[in-house]
Design a protein around this ligand. Structure first.
Ligand code: HAM
Length: 420
């Protein structure tokens, strides 16, 4: 027997219902906010993700990289943004000079230590609004995210917002942070020691208890914002008020990827016992990615949600899904010799667009009945000796439990009545 790859899992038909629920909610909210779907390849040439400026662990240490038979370096996408921007640039979509609003639902791959809510293959719902810098768009993305969470029925979730400022603010802040951290360097965790040179902002995000103690009194990005960045944040918050969004300012919030500037945000589950992987979604504005991938300087913003984490949150909040699966009828036969008769009926009903199925293994009446009820069949078509000999069937309504025995020629009319 072969096992699944570590950090992956199967979505079995018995679980697909909740995925459909989630996907339907995604399609509803993106339609409402006028985002169109984009589908980009599952792998890209490695430099799409491994750009000079991108030093985050997620991209440097956690990607699946491989050579294809032509010795090309490829990477499985660890996130959706870079691929979407590669496509935006390659298709010269900036030439329209318009705001390009797209969303995606896609598998992503990260070589991380698997645990609850963290996988090596996982799914994201993400969106990007590319092409202009306007605080109204930031507010719209945050509003959409909060409305999406509400539409799922989730209650114990908060929206956290921070600003890490423009390039200039971030440079100033980074310097102040490093100056603050240097006296503590020997006490920091190994990861943070390394990050002091590569990516000091990420130290604010450290899960190490001792790091957290040190960081508590570290300078905050918000105190180093340029006047423009401060005003921009104020503008976003002002629109959020107009949109009636509940949010919390979190001055320690920085994001795992390096491409962000200005406003960043996360959607966090506060559900009891949810576990460490409680960030359901995160995003922010990014100013340099389009130019790094060969396009003109273009501002963009986006967010992505981890779909497994959203489903986990739904489970913890005990949200029930409507059962969408059903059959119009299930054919039950008492003997193998009625198979031809059953097949003719099956064919006739399917030709008339009814959802019908039957037992292919000629199991016991009880087993067939169990299967029919399991599949939410609205009616049963029962074929026994008498029905077979008289060109009849017995049609039973599984809800009312009423049944009638009728000539086969009347079946379509009767079924139509029963299903009304
Ligand atoms: P991210 O924060 O790296 O951002 O990932 C977004 C979400 O994906 C996380 O909040 C989490 O819910 C989920 N996620 C990440 N890694 C895993 C994993 N190993 N297993 C399960 N779920 C996971 C991005 O990916 C950015 N591209 C978001 C963005 C879009 N920024 C701008 N536009």
């Amino acid at each position: 027997m072969q096992n699944k790859v570590k950090g992956t899992y199967d979505i079995l038909p018995s679980e697909i219902k909740k995925w459909h629920f989630l996907e339907n909610k995604i399609r509803e909210i993106t339609k409402k906010y006028n985002y169109e779907e984009i589908r980009t390849p599952v792998f890209e040439y490695s430099p799409v993700f491994h750009r000079d400026g991108e030093l985050s662990d997620m991209v440097t240490k956690e990607t699946y990289n491989f050579l294809d038979k032509g010795n090309r370096e490829l990477t499985l996408k660890p996130e959706g943004t870079a691929g979407v921007i590669r496509s935006y640039v390659e298709n010269k979509l900036y030439a329209t000079n318009d705001l390009y609003k797209v969303y995606y639902i896609s598998n992503m791959y990260r070589y991380e230590r698997p645990q609850k809510g963290r996988y090596r293959e996982f799914r994201q719902f993400g969106l990007e609004a590319i092409g202009s810098k306007n605080a109204l768009i930031d507010a719209e993305v945050i509003k959409l995210s909060s409305e999406f969470i509400e539409s799922l029925g989730l209650k114990e979730v908060s929206v956290l917002i921070n600003s890490i400022g423009d390039d200039e603010s971030r440079k100033k802040y980074q310097k102040a942070l490093v100056n603050y951290l240097i006296p503590y360097i020997d006490e920091l965790s190994d990861d943070s020691k390394r990050r002091i040179n590569t990516n000091p902002l990420r130290i604010l995000d450290s899960k190490d208890k001792n790091d957290q103690k040190i960081i508590k009194d570290a300078p905050k990005p918000i105190d180093y914002l340029s006047k423009e960045s401060r005003n921009y944040l104020e503008e976003v918050l002002n629109y959020l008020k107009i949109f009636n969004v509940n949010y919390e300012l979190d001055n320690k919030l920085v994001r795992g990827l390096d491409y962000y500037s200005e406003v960043v945000f996360e959607v966090k589950a506060n559900i009891k016992n949810f576990g460490a992987q409680n960030i359901l979604g995160g995003g922010g504005r990014y100013e340099n990615l389009v130019s790094e991938l060969g396009g003109p300087k273009t501002s963009a913003i986006g967010i992505a949600f981890g779909m497994e984490r959203l489903l986990l949150a739904l489970e913890y909040e005990e949200i029930v899904f409507e059962d969408e699966d059903y059959l119009d009828s299930y054919i039950i036969t008492f003997d193998k010799k009625f198979n031809n008769y059953a097949a003719t009926i099956l064919n006739q009903l399917r030709n008339n667009n009814y959802l019908v199925d039957l037992d292919y293994n000629n199991r016991s009446f009880k087993a067939q009945l169990r299967r029919a009820l399991n599949k939410n069949s609205k009616t049963l078509i029962i074929i026994g000796e008498d029905e077979y000999n008289n060109n009849q069937v017995t049609l039973k309504n599984t809800k009312s439990e009423e049944q009638v025995t009728i000539p086969i020629k009347d079946l379509l009319n009767h079924l139509k009545e029963e299903l009304k």
